[in-house]
Design a protein around this ligand. Sequence first.
Ligand SMILES: *Cc1c(COP(=O)(O)O)cnc(C)c1O
Length: 408
Amino acid sequence: MMAYIQTDTTSVPDARGYYGEFGGRFVPETLIPALDELTAAYHEAMNDPAFQQRLADLQATYTGRPTPITYAKRLSEHLGGAQIYLKREDLAHTGAHKINNALGQALLAQRMGKQRVVAETGAGQHGVASATASALLGLDCHVYMGTVDIARQQPNVFRMKLLGAEVIPVESGSKTLKDAINEAIRDWVTNVRETFYLLGSALGPHPYPMMVRDFQSVIGVEARRQIVELAGRLPDACIACVGGGSNAIGLFHAFRDDERVDLIGVEAGGHGIDGGEHAARFADPDIGRPGVLHGTRSFVMQDTDGQIVNTHSVSAGLDYASVGPEHAYLRAQERAYYTYATDEEALAAFQTLCRLEGIIPALESSHAVAEVIKRAPHMPKDSIILVNLSGRGDKDLDTVMRELKLNG
Ligand SMILES: *Cc1c(COP(=O)(O)O)cnc(C)c1O
């Protein structure tokens, strides 16, 4: 059998975890041995056919992979240009791509003999995925979550508890994702011997950005094969939303060497770039600059003193001040291109996809759809866009109800 996860397809990161000038390990000294142990265990697991088979079996029989791609006929006709195909991560168990990574890392924790798992969550999606994988494998799961997020994401808090996880409220800082990550790292430092840190996006110190990319690369590997089967050739453009960057890098990875395929990441433009109320790290050179956050060097939204600034997005999953280091690298290499969609554009795209395709997308994914809506009409009718529908919108119904009422 061919390995389920291919780890040797690119030159990045280097042995020290660098993607050009980005990435690396900016952590307390006590974590270095743990990161070395994790890196070694990861490479060992990837070279073990039994581990690969176990992961492949679970992705097929539990997650529901491969997820299909859907030709969006009415959306394509409506826009009058490119033919649009949707990669349906919304159909994966728990409703988003996050389970791909959570399952991979939970299997690794089990293999390393670590019974205790800690994770961070913002909107709760990674917390739910971690609690799910932990329940499946019988691991003891603890999820750090800011109290502001706990208040606004009650259904996901309840889901995690149902799944047997402990949700630990975080009262520090802005009481959101950034602070939850700080606390999860602190827990890991304290309990490092028996604890596995299950990180939710292509972020953090090496080997996390690489490991998360590899576990998510199944998205692109499947989609590349499926689009050739369904449309007869590779797409002209791949489009995905970028929070920490895991669903985007998971899609992009398989197309990296296909120079003809444009790779386009869509950040959260919030209320627009001018007022600074957004999470478009690449779009606003006044505040989005290279820096270090949560153990890795990448683009970080910061003031002139290097303090992390508050971000805003209607979609909690994109509302983060930094971005995975490999995206900063792909942008510097001019291999991938990054743009943004505002809250308003994402909400409009959300409704368009509902009405034209019968699919309620996550607000995160709606940012990618918003870019499709801008771009497709200017492309020839025989061109192809592949867009990653990273998750389903059930979790966002309250937000959308509130926002649409505000907007009349
Ligand atoms: C968490 C999440 C995202 C953003 O995370 P990435 O690591 O950038 O993929 C996007 N879409 C959905 C549905 C999510 O739950």
